[in-house]
Design a protein around this ligand. Structure first.
Ligand code: ASP
Length: 583
């Protein structure tokens, strides 16, 4: 027997028991006549005690040990003379009578500690060592707990967990597909699913009215911050439901998770904000509602003072940063540079300081009197001591830029507290968005999303203004989940494909099976998918989803531990009838 107990469970009440423990050597403290070793496994750390006077032969064996050796010890649980109240096992130690080395270890390339000396790259290369760190384990264990809670909630609500295939034909979720060449069908390819979207809809047609699955999705996207080419969704679908049935059931899931995992009770319904309103108020379709700082429309207020920038602008908006009127020239200059970075892309920034004495100082004093600036303050609810920040330009771009600025000011004012959670639903998304360059319409969500019921008739005449029966769950500025009521009618689905630029033949070739299925009694249905990695990261307080994935890819989509992607040999290429053509 390798162990009678794990390294985190022995207590004062176990004193005098004979035990066997196995684990990794975390730390060795050699004090000459006495040696202490911290023995670690995933449950905790237990101190081992070797006394030269009692057993010099055994004591000398400890000299051959090193960090990360795997050892087994037998001994007696004894009360410590100096207890460590910071450790659950801190009252006791094991007075060792037998030591076996189960496995030696090279000196690890970084310290297996919470605050390690290893950088990201080296930790990724030796991910199995990184996984030993308590900090990493915490995220992986939380992930497991959350998966269990999700399953419990959904199963209690009659959902069936059903797997769908990975080797499929392209699913349009807006990214590129990863493809897998087929050996048997020469020159043909499978695609890996960007999501199980069409399969879950087919399951509804198959009569499995409540489906879910924790499943991998694959999207070949260019590197953007914190994306993984493969990630996990909690994918769900229901039949005979309207939007609110779905929102209510999955709000229940979110509340269940907040309660079980974070011990937070959300007794009130989550706020629901229409997409258009979210854009106007927060300049974002995933607003962080941990703080207010809404955008105010100043377009009319600022016009007519011969300040051409504002006079000519389609939109002028402002936010009020509380208490920052004391910003120095240097600080405001820096802020202007900040909004001019390509990520924000604003031309500039106008500011007005509402001084404590009730006067104003603005960057456009030449054009605006104190009375004018007082109107800005009224429109933005600014008080003496506040800083008003204005941007102008085309409406959408300006709102988006103000949205980014709002988040930045929220950070600076420390209003984005990690221990606070502000969930909300965004509803009534537009169904389409138009590519500004090509004029081509794209689905904002995906092509299977239903227009709102009372807007079906607009599909031919005014598609741009149609709102979709689509929704996102947003928490603290993160989109945690999103879904929609689906089209379940062949004719409407055909119209949808047409607007999206598919010819009849193309639509048939790609989605003929789905449209055919709609002909055989398709129930009204809808669903949602949650980004499981992001949700776990949020609850774990992690910046990156990499922290909560056991074997993540790096920023460039590479697994540097196993060295993937990598070349395949000529034989394999031949089997697949493939040749590599290098440009
Ligand atoms: N398949 C969608 C997605 O991956 C989610 C859904 O509509 O249920 O975003």
């Amino acid at each position: 027997m390798y162990r009678t107990h794990n390294c985190g469970e022995l207590r004062q009440s176990d004193v005098n028991s004979e035990v066997t423990l196995s684990g990794w050597v975390q730390k060795i403290r050699d004090l000459g006549a006495m040696t202490f070793i911290d023995l670690r496994d995933r449950y905790g750390i237990t101190q081992l005690f070797f006394n030269k006077e009692d057993n010099s032969e055994l004591h000398s064996q400890t000299e051959k040990l090193g960090r990360e050796f795997v050892i087994q010890v037998k001994g007696k649980v004894t009360e410590r003379s100096s207890k460590n109240p910071d450790m659950p096992t801190g009252d006791i130690e094991i007075t060792v009578s037998e030591l076996n080395v189960l496995s030696k270890s090279d000196v690890p390339p970084f310290t297996i500690e919470d605050e390690t000396d290893g950088g990201e790259e080296i930790r990724m290369k030796y991910r199995y060592l990184d996984l030993r760190r308590a900090k990493v384990q915490k995220g992986i264990i939380l992930r497991n707990r959350m998966a269990q809670e999700i399953r419990q909630y959904l199963i209690k609500n009659d959902f069936l967990e059903i797997e769908t295939p990975f080797l499929i034909k392209s699913t349009p979720e807006g990214a590129r597909d990863f493809v897998v060449p087929s050996r048997m069908a020469e020159g043909k390819f499978y695609a890996l699913p960007q999501s199980p979207q069409v399969f879950k809809q087919l399951l509804m047609i198959g009569g499995y009215d409540k489906y879910f699955q924790l499943t991998k999705c694959f999207r070949d996207e260019d590197f953007r911050s914190d994306r993984q080419p493969e990630f996990t969704q909690i994918d769900c679908e229901m039949s005979f439901v309207e939007r609110d049935d779905i929102l209510n059931l999955f709000e229940g899931l979110a509340k269940h998770m907040f309660k079980e995992i974070k011990n937070i009770d959300f007794t009130e319904p989550f706020v629901r904000i229409a997409y258009d309103d979210a854009m106007e108020m927060y300049g974002s379709d995933r607003p962080d509602l941990r703080f207010d700082m809404k955008i105010s429309d100043l377009t009319e207020v600022v016009k007519g003072n011969n300040f051409k920038v504002f006079d000519d602008a389609e939109f002028v908006g402002a936010i009020c940063a509380e208490g920052l009127a004391g910003y120095s020239r240097k600080q405001t200059d820096k802020l202007i540079k900040w909004v001019q970075r390509p990520q924000i892309g604003a031309k500039g920034l106008v500011f007005a300081k509402y001084n404590e004495d009730g006067t104003f100082k603005s960057s456009v004093d030449k054009f605006y009197s104190q009375e004018d600036l007082k109107k800005w303050a009224d429109a933005t609810n600014a008080k003496p001591g506040d800083l008003i920040l204005l941007m102008s330009g085309s409406k959408r771009k300006t709102l988006l830029a103000l949205g980014e600025l709002r988040l930045e000011m929220g950070n600076r004012l420390e209003l984005r507290d990690d221990n606070k959670f502000a969930p909300l639903w965004i509803v009534d998304f537009p169904l389409f968005e138009k590519d500004e360059e090509t004029g081509q319409m794209h689905a904002v969500h995906h092509p299977f999303t239903s227009p709102k019921k009372d807007q079906f008739h607009l599909i031919e005449t005014n598609p741009e203004n149609i709102k979709a029966e689509a929704y996102d769950l947003v928490v603290n500025g993160n989109e945690i989940g999103g879904g929609s009521i689906r089209i379940h009618d062949t004719e409407l689905q055909e119209k949808m494909f047409k607007i999206l630029g598919f010819t009849e033949e193309e639509a048939k070739a790609q989605f003929g099976f789905l449209m055919n299925a709609f002909k055989y009694g398709a129930p009204p249905h809808g669903g949602i998918a949650f980004g499981f990695d992001r949700w776990v990261a949020l609850f774990n307080g992690s910046e990156s989803i990499r922290d909560v994935i056991a074997f993540p890819k790096n920023n460039a989509g590479r697994d540097i531990m196993i060295d993937a992607p990598s070349e395949i040999d000529a034989e394999q290429l031949k089997d697949l009838s493939l040749a590599i053509v290098r440009e």
